[in-house]
Write a protein that binds this ligand. Structure first.
Ligand SMILES: [Zn+2]
Length: 96
């Protein structure tokens, strides 16, 4: 679901009512829930992070093989730090 669709959904659930009805609120919550489901969670990313970093160290196109992880690293500071730390460790290993 893209942002435009989300806004459309929110407007659709709001427009028939001048005041915010319970139904509209529930609709809005449902929309938010869908968004969250599509968002990869940090735990999920974390469990695949070593795989991702290994790909990168092997000079494979990690970002293309695992676009969800790349995307998450762009938006999540914590996971990105974790990723950089892992990358450092593996790069050190390579040198030896
Ligand atoms: Zn994260």
């Amino acid at each position: 679901m893209n942002i435009k669709e989300i806004i459309q959904n929110i407007r659709n659930s709001l427009s028939p009512h001048k005041e915010l009805s319970n139904e509209a609120v529930l609709g809005f919550l449902r929309v938010l829930e869908n968004v969250r489901e599509e968002d990869a969670s940090c735990t999920e990313i974390y469990s695949k992070l070593d795989e991702y970093v290994e790909c990168e160290v092997d000079k494979k196109d990690a970002a293309r093989l695992m676009p969800l992880i790349r995307e998450h690293l762009d938006i999540c500071h914590e996971c990105c730090e974790e990723y950089e730390a892992l990358l450092d460790v593996l790069n050190e290993k390579e040198k030896k």
